[in-house]
Design a protein. Structure first.
Length: 205
């Protein structure tokens, strides 16, 4: 069960204003809140400093909303780490009341909490999603490290709801190898789209 953040606040590794670099909302301005804590353990994770929630300061919901209000965009992306290790109910409720659209980036390995306008599910082999979150995803984004990840992607796509956007994204360190595989796959399976980590090319957070 997700940790209750009502009294203790939420562990925040960082928060920042930038452009969404991946998936369906790529290129849109958004405020990111990266929560600390993750037990999924992706070997290629580029924010391993987020894994231990105890090393990050805890901020109140009011502090997090105030930070978001300093910027003009009205999208807040809650990411991690694995944000669903925490109860996101109060945070998302307050953000919505303040006029924000709430977006979630999750592996789906923990129970869903919070009120979300957009759920990006990125399933990981290291700790698979809970089955009940899959049909609630607005976007399925699968990171491709090896060719076998394409079959993994289809496994989870089969459980999504109609209208869920399907994305394949090369793992950054393996992009030269897997990008041609993804291109060929999408050409044969056009229900999928290509997701590129735009932020790493334009050098924004």
């Amino acid at each position: 069960m997700a940790a209750n953040s009502t009294l203790t606040g939420l562990p925040v590794m960082e928060s920042f204003y930038t452009l969404q670099g991946e998936g369906f909302h790529q290129g849109r301005a958004a405020y990111f809140i990266r929560l600390g804590g993750c037990d999924v353990g992706c070997v290629w994770c580029d924010v391993k400093d987020s894994w231990n929630a105890e090393t990050h300061p805890r901020l109140s919901v009011d502090e997090l909303v105030a930070g978001a209000l300093e910027h003009p965009a009205r999208i807040v992306v809650i990411t991690g780490g694995e944000p669903l290790m925490h109860d996101c109910t109060m945070l998302t409720s307050a953000l919505r009341q303040a006029g924000f659209s709430t977006h979630l980036e999750t592996s789906g390995a923990w129970p869903l909490s919070g009120q979300w306008d957009w759920i990006c599910l990125s399933p990981k082999k290291f700790k698979a999603p809970l089955p009940d979150i899959v049909p609630k995803a607005n976007e399925l984004k699968v990171v491709v490290f090896n060719k076998s990840d394409l079959a993994w992607a289809e496994q989870w796509a089969a459980g999504t709801s109609p209208g869920c956007r399907l994305f394949l994204q090369p793992e950054w360190s393996r992009s030269a190898v897997v990008t041609p595989l993804i291109i060929d796959y999408i050409e044969s399976n056009p229900e999928w789209r290509f997701s590129l980590q735009l932020h790493k090319y334009i050098h924004v957070p």
